[in-house]
Design a protein around this ligand. Sequence first.
Ligand code: ADP
Ligand code: MG
Length: 253
Amino acid sequence: MNILTLQNITKTFGGLIAVNNVSFDIKKNCIVGLIGPNGAGKTTIFNLITGNYKGDSGSKIKFKDKSIINMPTHKIISLGIARTFQTIRLFQNMSVIENVLSGRHLQMKSGVFASMLHTRKQKQEEKYNLNKALKSLKFVGLEKNANDLAKNLPYGKQRLLEIARALASEPSLIILDEPAAGMNNQETSELVNIIENMKKRNITTLLIEHDMSLVMRICEKIVVVEYGSKIAEGTPLEIQNDPKVIKAYLGEE
Ligand SMILES: Nc1ncnc2c1ncn2[C@@H]1O[C@H](COP(=O)(O)OP(=O)(O)O)[C@@H](O)[C@H]1O
Ligand SMILES: [Mg+2]
């Protein structure tokens, strides 16, 4: 079963076609890689999935059989899609646990009124959310850092914190934009473990990544884009041997 289907998605900025009629789908519980040279349109595809950009007419995106194209981002998150960003977007002066809690605010049930009155229901909910947030932190191995300021974490751990925050919204699909960028080898292998553990918990992953050994190791399917268009799609083995892909990458150097 497909969890996400992109059909003929196109995005232009003025005269520039950033994404050109791209279609592919993602099966539930798979790890899929989206690769391509810089400027190929990968992040723009993510921004279309999460509603940060509106698609040009004719673009269709379905998540669990529901059309999500041009839906507001908060609604898309509440349906079960979470993301991380290419450049880290944490609340640098807040603690690690507070950053994760910020990923849960959509799950909170009691409204502003209850929080002003500090009702028992609201206190219970805070406790519940704190527990969930701690679980997300533990999942990425940052539970010992819960009370540190985000800005005091080394870069690789900040990236893991972004994943914990995304997981805190309890997504069924997580999309990661260059999660291994700036990570050392040990952090990268921790990241691989985390992504594989997400799969065990029935979370589907779509990732953009330049670290080819990571992509080839964990992805079951890879989609390749160049100049906004999809040029190939297949298993790691198929992609490694695809002449168009080889040319796109050799041409970049
Ligand atoms: N908000 C925007 N306004 C104008 N151009 C954009 C915008 N976002 C992306 N682009 C352009 O779209 C193209 C694809 O960018 P992007 O999706 O970031 O590529 P990638 O993530 O594959 O490196 C680039 O030429 C980029 O400059
Ligand atoms: Mg990008």
